[in-house]
Design a protein. Structure first.
Length: 167
């Protein structure tokens, strides 16, 4: 079967999405969440490659997708809190992108029991594209506001501690 698909080729370590430093934004908790999301997307893709004739194939696919989507929801909430705290001007637009992603995922999850494997793989490609566009690029847009917010927080904490140091 020779197809010129945009599907990344399976490597010896079976990673669908390779963790890349370009996914790091410099906030350790968010970077760890991004890496975990990449791993969950890899788990979902790998579940699709299992033998479709096994009794628990659909359950495995559904469970790995559920894990991925649950964690994405948690991650989005954390990111959105940081954006709000730092008064990121693009918050509404970024949240709308998160919401669109979530809606797409919920639709695919709701249909996963009857979704043909080829369509499920297309959804995995959507996740692949999401990681490579959203995480690697769009998430960097709120960094300047967040870095400035964190700088001010650190400065305020330092000032708050100064009077107690002079006693």
């Amino acid at each position: 079967m020779s197809s010129k698909s945009s599907v990344p080729s399976a490597s010896h370590d079976a990673s669908f999405i390779k963790w890349d430093p370009k996914f790091k934004i410099g906030i350790p908790v968010i970077d760890a969440q991004h890496e975990h999301l990449v791993n969950l997307c890899n788990d979902f893709y790998q579940s699709l490659l299992k033998d479709t004739n096994t009794e628990n194939y659909r359950q495995l696919v559904k469970q790995t997708l559920e894990d991925c989507l649950d964690y994405a929801s948690t991650h989005f909430k954390d990111e959105e809190k940081l954006m709000l705290a730092s008064n990121f001007s693009g918050y509404k637009k970024h949240k709308a992108v998160h919401d669109k992603f979530t809606t797409n995922c919920k639709i695919n999850y709701a249909n996963i029991d009857t979704l043909p494997v080829a369509e499920a793989v297309k959804f995995a490609l959507f996740l692949y594209d999401w990681v490579n566009t959203h995480i690697a690029h769009e998430d960097r847009l709120y960094l300047p506001a967040l870095v400035e917010f964190l700088r001010k927080q650190k400065e305020q904490n330092k000032q708050a501690q100064e009077p107690s140091n002079n006693k």
